[in-house]
Write a protein that binds this ligand. Structure first.
Ligand SMILES: [Zn+2]
Length: 424
């Protein structure tokens, strides 16, 4: 270890002598020549701590190494005691005051950035958009229905319950958020805002945890600034999910709702809307049918290969039969397919096994063709019913309560669409 002594003050010969002895280093043994306690013989210096104090006030040690400086302010790193010498950086490194300046600058820039972004999140456009399609209008109506007073409505993405098909919901959300009627604050957007892009700690410290409240990695920054940033996160950062702000031209959500409702009632339906209704109802039912297929596949431990054929058969099924009948048809077919593989022909090859269910389903459908049979029904589990769309249909189109004959649950896609169109 090669270092040199820097003297900070003028001092007496006696003090100088003590300081020189304190720093005297035996390079061969790798130890200091004198113990601090050996230097306490003078009348002023009774204890070891007195010696260290004298050394600290008057001298410091720097490494004789061109790398041991702060690259920013070019200050040489120094130590004022023996234990600190070992910790002197041997390569260029930011000094504490430069670290502090940098961290403060970063935090201020981050706050500006956040404030800008947060302004974008709450668009307060006036709502007078007459170009919304029928489906968009009823979706908007259903989503703002629970709103009260003026506070924005919030939905977690998986609790939307609009159609119970995440694909269909996604499409509707997309078109409404393009019109800035709802704001989709996705996980990706959230992560962009909470990202720690501080260049020196990027990977090792989270700026903000995704569940809570902390900022770490800023040991040198002004604590007040750190607190301000934290408050900005806590109070202004919206939750992940969908936010529906109240447009500026309404006093509260009930007047907003009334307006959307009257737009729905006065809506002039066109061919495009009918296509959209058809596709929406079909996709919704198809989503449920696939859900049932997955659940019977787990239940019977039956491999069911997804295929275009399977989709085509399911489309025909849901178009013609009520969803409870579809549930029963799928269940019975899965059961008989499993039975066939296990007890009748266990040597069935692997490839054919995966398609057996689809094949059976297709045969069943052909068998039912043209026959007016009484179908067996299996009620859907609760999480597959009760979507907002379904409730809308029951209340406004079918004018039935949800358990009645003629309500959503007891109709096929074809029947739902026919009723819907007739209602205009
Ligand atoms: Zn510096």
């Amino acid at each position: 270890m090669i270092f040199y002594i820097c003297f900070e003050n003028q001092m007496s010969k006696k003090d100088l002598d003590i300081i020189l002895k304190y720093w005297k280093y035996d390079h061969e043994k790798g130890t200091y020549l004198y113990k601090t306690s050996e230097l306490t013989n003078s009348s002023n210096l009774i204890k070891s701590s007195d010696v260290r104090k004298l050394v600290k006030i008057n001298s410091s040690i720097a490494l004789n190494n061109k790398q041991s400086i702060c690259p920013e302010c070019k200050t040489r790193f120094k130590s004022k005691n023996r234990s600190g010498v070992k910790e002197l950086p041997t390569s260029p490194e930011l000094c504490n005051s430069c670290k502090k300046e940098l961290e403060n600058e970063y935090i201020s820039a981050k706050m500006d950035y956040l404030e800008d972004k947060l302004k974008l999140i709450h668009p307060v456009d006036n709502f007078y958009d007459d170009s919304l399609s029928y489906i968009e209008l009823i979706s908007l109506y259903l989503l703002i229905k629970p709103g009260s007073s003026r506070r924005p409505i919030f939905y977690k993405k998986d609790k939307l319950g609009l159609t119970l098909s995440s694909e269909v919901d996604g499409g509707i959300i997309n078109s409404l958020s393009k019109r800035k009627l709802i704001f989709d604050f996705s996980e990706k957007k959230y992560k962009q805002l909470t990202l720690n892009d501080y260049p020196f700690r990027e990977n090792s410290f989270p700026l903000f945890s995704h569940d809570g409240n902390f900022i770490s990695g800023f040991d040198h920054a002004d604590q007040d600034l750190v607190k301000q940033l934290l408050i900005l996160f806590r109070t202004s950062l919206p939750k992940q999910g969908l936010h529906i702000p109240l447009p500026q031209n309404y006093k509260n959500f009930s007047s907003y709702k009334k307006d959307v409702d009257s737009k729905i009632k006065n809506y002039k339906i066109n061919l495009e809307d009918i296509k959209q209704i058809e596709s929406l109802v079909l996709k919704q039912r198809l989503g449920i049918a696939f859900n049932i297929v997955n659940s019977v596949s787990n239940y019977f431990k039956l491999k069911i290969e997804p295929s275009l054929k399977l989709e085509a058969v399911l489309i025909s099924l849901v178009k013609k039969y009520t969803i409870e009948e579809v549930n029963s048809i799928i269940f019975t077919n899965a059961s008989s397919s499993k039975h066939y593989i296990e007890f009748i022909n266990s040597d069935f090859n692997k490839y054919a096994k995966k398609f057996l269910f689809t094949k059976n389903l297709e045969r069943t459908l052909d068998f039912f063709e043209g026959k007016d049979l009484q179908m067996f029904k299996i009620e859907l589990p609760n999480f597959l019913k009760g979507s907002k769309l379904e409730n809308f249909f029951n209340t406004y189109i079918a004018k039935k309560s949800s358990n009645d004959e003629g309500a959503w649950q007891s109709l096929s896609v074809n029947e739902i669409v026919a009723l819907w169109i007739k209602s205009f």
